[in-house]
Write a protein that binds this ligand. Structure first.
Ligand SMILES: Cc1cc2nc3c(=O)[nH]c(=O)nc-3n(C[C@H](O)[C@H](O)[C@H](O)COP(=O)(O)OP(=O)(O)OC[C@H]3O[C@@H](n4cnc5c(N)ncnc54)[C@H](O)[C@@H]3O)c2cc1C
Length: 299
């Protein structure tokens, strides 16, 4: 069987359009249907085209659509789908209030990819290892999907269907990503383990804790690269919620989270390695988030 390994040459021919309004994007989508593909930074799609995994006849660029750009923070936080990974990593607002997201963006493998790559592209590509997915799950992100018929909101948790698959319809565009403002007493953290820095994560985890004294009153634990989609460790979350945060409890949460993951074996790691590392990074991320939330010395 022929398997393309070329990552240098774009062999197939295609038309490229750069609309400036969403209305024009929708027109191109309805005109070309399944033959068209949206492109934002192109850092996933162009690799797939060079590898001959995808060969769209029409590329519809989103990069000039103003409505999809930038980040705004009034009350909560909204990122346009084409906000770059770089802009999120460097945003004071994100670093201060959504620290786990800033850390995930900082952990991208190279500066050119951070500058070209977009938040929307990272989510719509739907890799189980997409780095922004665990922190966005931990912050209960909501996605706004736009089509000619209007908008619909989808919680990020319901967005992924499997590797490379989402609930986006052929006529839809991811418009923006919304996060609520964290309440006082919130701390978050992101950690990833990879073979080398410039490689996709073998395992990643993001956590968000809300504390009242040394009591955890709310918590999210999300992991990447350990299941067909980025996932929440719900049993681990339930165990930690409404209990005192102490070292014994954290070890138990880490053990439960490691039980919940459904890792695969691939060239990057064995399933057993991924499972064990999941527990370790959940424990470490929880401890960091606890300190950031104002928790004292861990008992
Ligand atoms: C060398 C290298 C290093 C990388 N390192 C990392 C890393 O460390 N962590 C990580 O998570 N990823 C990494 N990636 C993957 C990639 O850079 C990211 O996933 C990036 O965020 C993709 O964004 P993009 O704008 O380039 O997406 P594109 O390639 O433009 O699009 C990706 C997919 O999403 C669709 N799409 C894009 N925007 C929208 C939208 N608004 N609405 C609907 N569909 C849309 C496209 O049609 C396409 O199917 C790396 C890639 C390379 C080549």
């Amino acid at each position: 069987m022929y398997v393309a390994t070329n990552t240098c040459i774009l062999a197939a021919e295609f038309d490229y359009v750069q609309p400036t309004t969403l209305e024009d994007v929708f027109s191109h989508l309805s005109q070309h249907g399944a033959q068209a593909q949206l492109i934002a930074g192109g850092t996933d799609l162009l690799v797939q085209m060079k590898m001959e995994q995808k060969s769209p006849a029409y590329l519809i660029s989103l990069s000039r659509v103003r409505e999809l750009q930038g980040i705004t923070s009034s009350g909560g936080f909204t990122a346009g789908a084409t906000a770059s990974i770089w802009s999120l990593a460097k945003s004071e607002e994100v670093r201060l209030h959504y620290t786990a997201l800033a850390e995930a963006c900082e952990a991208f493998t190279s500066v050119p990819i951070m500058i070209m790559g977009t938040l929307g592209g990272n989510l719509c590509n739907a890799s189980p290892a997409a780095k922004t997915a665990p922190p966005l799950l931990a912050f209960d992100a909501n996605l706004s999907l736009a089509s000619r018929g209007g908008r619909r909101d989808v919680p990020l948790e319901d967005f992924f269907l499997g590797p490379g698959q989402t609930v986006l319809r052929e006529d839809e565009v991811l418009h923006s990503i919304q996060l609520a403002k964290p309440v006082p007493g919130t701390g978050s953290a992101f950690l990833k383990v990879g073979r080398v820095h410039a490689d996709i994560a073998q395992v990643s985890a993001a956590v968000r804790l809300v504390l009242d004294g040394d009591q955890v009153i709310d918590c999210r634990i999300a992991l990447g690269a350990v299941a067909p989609t980025p996932m929440r460790a719900r049993r681990a979350e339930a165990f930690l919620t409404d209990r005192r945060f102490d070292s014994e409890g954290v070890e138990e949460v880490a053990r439960i989270a490691a039980e919940e993951v459904k890792p695969i074996i691939d060239v990057r790691a064995t399933a057993e390695y991924r499972r064990r590392v999941s527990g370790v990074i959940v424990r470490d991320a929880l401890t960091t988030a606890w300190q950031r939330a104002g928790g004292g010395k861990l008992k």
